[in-house]
Ligand binder design. Structure first.
Ligand SMILES: [Zn+2]
Length: 122
């Protein structure tokens, strides 16, 4: 039983699961924004190009915010190095990164691994 639950999600260990939620919100902004601006345009509140433009701008901004959070705020608690970059400094592709986080992959730099209890007392 202990062996089964020893590994935990990296984002959970770092208490940064909200980053996943941020990525989720971004996914909804585009369809909701476009439907919303279509409705507002049909009520003559704003013109459709303005609404669509705003939607794309907000969507782009949230995508950038997500990118910055993922690639600049996730640091290894042991060695302080970036968990989202390869040793050569390149960004790890999003999908590979999230699979790694979900399975609690060790830090590429020092081998730190998110385990239950390792952050206790911090
Ligand atoms: Zn490390």
């Amino acid at each position: 039983m202990r062996a089964l639950c020893a590994r935990m999600n990296t984002l959970e260990a770092l208490k940064k699961t909200w980053i996943t939620k941020l990525g989720g919100i971004e996914f909804y902004i585009l369809p909701i924004g476009l439907v919303g601006s279509y409705l507002l345009a049909s009520m003559d509140v704003i013109s459709l190009p303005v609404g669509a433009g705003l939607t794309f701008a907000i969507s782009l901004m949230s995508a950038m915010a997500y990118h910055i959070c993922v690639y600049y705020t996730l640091k290894c608690p042991q060695c302080g190095k970036n968990l989202s970059k390869f040793n050569n400094g390149k960004n790890i592709p999003s999908k590979q990164l999230h699979n790694g986080f979900a399975s609690g992959k060790p830090c590429r730099h020092c081998g730190w691994q998110p385990e239950y209890g390792t952050l206790a007392g911090r």
